[in-house]
Design a protein around this ligand. Structure first.
Ligand code: SF4
Length: 54
């Protein structure tokens, strides 16, 4: 298991990289705008694309 990414708080508990304490143990994460493009207006329009189901 990688060390948790500092400063990343994640609530997606069914991701294989998720650990107790809202920690992400991926080596890096990629976050994109829903639907493509490079501009979001609100946080719900963004998502972690490193997610993998556990
Ligand atoms: S990879 Fe993304 S969804 Fe998975 S624990 Fe890390 S931040 Fe959360």
């Amino acid at each position: 298991m990688n060390r948790p990414l500092e400063g990343v708080k994640c609530s997606v508990k069914n991701c294989k990289f998720w650990n107790e304490g809202y920690l992400c143990t991926a080596s890096a994460i990629e976050v994109n705008v829903d639907g493509g493009g490079q501009s979001a207006s609100r946080s719900p329009e963004t998502n972690c694309h490193t997610f993998q189901p556990s």
